[in-house]
Unconditional design. Structure first.
Length: 343
């Protein structure tokens, strides 16, 4: 909301004090813009009702004129004032509005979290006395287990890009790195050449909130990265526009975007005959699940993934439990059927 000074102040706080990524701050800004539009629309509707009520007894045309210019008046409304006047009922009305628009519970929860953070910021800045979102409960979420790929599916996907040319070698290195380290796509595209420690077999990762961590990386992934780097080195020599600092670059030699990584993944999923609904983040889920399946403890996986809370990592234990149950049922179908009848 470009016309709201307090929203701009909040976004600056996210960028410079909380050190959120540009993408995250942009998402917060979009949520607040939508909320501001809801407030303006509600304010317009309220004013229209008041004026329409006055028109019934309008003898001198004053109310009629007010109705004609109501839109202009609303456009000049101080958005900041509307945001500062929000109370718990306004927030509830907004959630009802989102529900009517058939937003998912996950999206509604995210938008509510944005408002909670925004009004917490305003309380800290003494611009309001109480946070109107504090008493609002987050909509109950449908529990969905993260999807992961089986080992043979991972192998089929990783073997798909051709490694006899520099773009294929790059794409293979991208997917190998995602699966071998479990890092986020945003963390992958932020990697620089010197972030890869071949001797120590680790990658220096800059995660959420500018927090840094070290992620071990497998020998196979390092070999593929090295192969890609050799191609890239030759490209740099023949094209001065290539960024020698950045690890994964596009065909023009500039840093890859997360969207580009998704497009590349879609291409290879189709070639490998895998579900097109799989995303680069699925490789992160697969990494975590396979680590736990092979005996890694939950705390270690939490650190590798860069999760702030252990509860975020615990969802993967449900996947491993489900997998163990499936293996048992496949091996002992009759016993499993008897067990279920006793439940």
């Amino acid at each position: 909301m470009e016309n709201s000074t307090i929203v701009q102040g909040f976004l600056s706080y996210l960028n410079f004090e909380k050190r959120f990524s540009v993408h995250t701050a942009k998402c917060y800004g979009a949520d607040l813009t939508q909320f501001g539009q809801f407030l303006l629309s509600s304010n317009n509707e309220s004013q229209s009702k008041d004026i329409a009520y006055s028109v019934d007894g309008d003898s001198d045309g004053t109310a009629t004129a007010a109705l004609a210019t109501q839109t202009q008046t609303t456009s000049a409304t101080d958005v900041d004032q509307l945001l500062l006047l929000v109370d718990v009922n306004t927030v509830r009305s907004y959630l009802a509005h989102l529900n009517d628009k058939q937003y998912s519970k996950t999206t509604m929860a995210r938008k509510l979290a944005t408002l909670r953070s925004f009004y917490k910021f305003l309380v800290k800045r003494n611009q309001i006395n109480t946070n109107p979102v504090l008493s609002i409960r987050t909509p109950k979420q449908e529990k969905k287990l993260p999807r992961f790929l089986e080992y043979e599916e991972i192998k089929r996907l990783l073997d798909t890009p051709p490694i006899d040319n520099w773009l294929g070698a790059r794409d293979r290195a991208i997917m190998e790195t995602l699966y071998s380290t479990g890092i986020r796509v945003s963390e992958l595209v932020a990697l620089n050449m010197d972030d890869v420690d071949f001797l120590g077999e680790v990658v220096h990762v800059r995660g959420k909130g500018k927090k840094e961590r070290i992620s071990p990386i497998g020998t196979s992934a390092l070999q593929v990265i090295q192969h890609y780097m050799e191609f890239k080195s030759k490209r740099i020599q023949s094209n001065s526009n290539f960024d020698a600092k950045v690890l994964f670059v596009n065909k023009h030699g500039r840093r890859l975007s997360t969207r580009s990584v998704r497009r590349k993944m879609d291409k290879y999923l189709k070639m490998a005959g895998l579900d097109p609904a799989i995303s680069p983040h699925t490789l992160r889920h697969s990494f975590a699940t396979h680590m736990l399946n092979n005996g890694a403890d939950l705390r270690s996986v939490q650190e590798l993934l860069g999760h702030q809370s252990l509860s975020t990592t615990q969802v993967y234990t449900h996947l491993t439990t489900k997998k163990i149950k499936e293996v048992y049922e496949n091996a002992h179908p009759r016993e499993a059927q008897q067990d279920e009848s006793q439940w």
